[in-house]
Design a protein around this ligand. Structure first.
Ligand code: SAM
Length: 281
């Protein structure tokens, strides 16, 4: 029996027009649409007059439901997988069924389309050549500390998703762990109340304490800057005078010349500047 095919279909993140012609064609042609929330997907299918059988595929039934979908695909039926908004698999169910299709050698196609992270990243005006998407920051304090440890020294632009009721707390947490940085807060993308605010994290905290957060948010945080990295390197040596710094290396067995060279490098100073401090050693 010919096997069916799975189509991973991105849907709009707000504006219903943000769906591709191919996505509509596929939603119209498959046997079944597997949806994160069938009521939510019905709004889209009704809008485009698409009449299909909808079955639910969400976070809590993803494992079991994937096996079920694989059976349907093996029976030769085609399935379109959609989430409530944006691209399935991006902070949404999707990855389990995709890995099962790979395991079972079932054909699948992923369509390109809307995703809040990328729209927000481009809106931010920050470095788009390298970025790190971390989705929702975990709620548990220990888990979210682990995420901060992983990202705090990264130079890439950071992308987080956040719910409105947790926004202020998350901003305070980001300030505490990443220090003062530039942040772009992208709210209600593609919707009527779309708003892009560009701040420092402190300014953002002040703003949202007065203006109650509402709607959906993507946070784009600048990566660690070269200056911050350099400053941190230099401040490592704050406890030593320049003379002590040279002596430290000499005690480790370096020649005076090499100790001067290494000290100058550590402190981002010129060798001639450091040399002056070595005259009394
Ligand atoms: N799969 C989606 C995607 O491709 O972007 C993400 C789904 S995730 C469950 C939902 C989160 O995405 C929201 O809490 C918010 O952080 C972000 N999001 C989704 N739509 C958005 C929009 N229109 N404006 C801002 N953020 C949005």
């Amino acid at each position: 029996m010919t096997r069916g095919k799975l189509f991973v279909v991105p849907t709009p993140i707000g504006n219903l027009k943000d769906i591709t012609l191919r996505a509509l064609e596929i939603l119209n042609s498959v046997d079944i649409i597997a949806a994160e929330d069938t009521r939510q997907t019905l709004k889209l299918t009704n809008h485009y007059n698409i009449k299909k059988t909808l079955i639910s595929y969400h976070q809590h039934n993803e494992q079991g439901k994937s096996d079920n979908l694989i059976e349907i695909l093996k029976e030769g039926k085609s399935i379109a997988l959609v989430s409530d908004a944006g691209t399935p698999g991006i902070s949404d169910p999707g990855s389990v069924i995709i890995s099962k299709c790979i395991e079972e050698d079932i054909d699948f196609e992923v369509l390109p389309g809307a995703t809040a992270a990328i729209t927000a990243l481009v809106y931010s005006g920050m470095d788009t050549t390298k970025f790190l998407f971390r989705g929702f920051i975990p709620r548990d304090n220990k888990d979210r500390k682990v995420v901060m440890e992983e990202v705090k020294d990264r130079k890439e632009t950071l992308i987080f998703y956040e719910a409105p009721h947790r926004l202020i707390n998350t901003l305070e947490f980001l300030k505490e762990n990443l220090g003062q940085r530039r942040i772009a807060i992208c709210r209600e993308l593609t919707k009527l109340h779309e708003e892009i605010m560009r701040f420092t994290i402190d300014e953002a905290i002040k703003h949202y304490k007065v203006n109650n957060p509402r709607g959906e948010y993507v946070l784009i945080v600048e990566g660690k800057s070269e200056e911050a990295i350099e400053q941190e390197e230099i401040s490592k040596w704050e406890g030593l005078t320049i003379e002590q710094h040279i002596l430290k290396y000499m005690n480790e067995g370096f020649s005076k010349k090499d100790a001067i060279k290494k000290t100058a490098k550590d402190r981002k100073l010129s060798k001639s500047e450091v040399y002056k401090y070595s005259l009394n050693i």
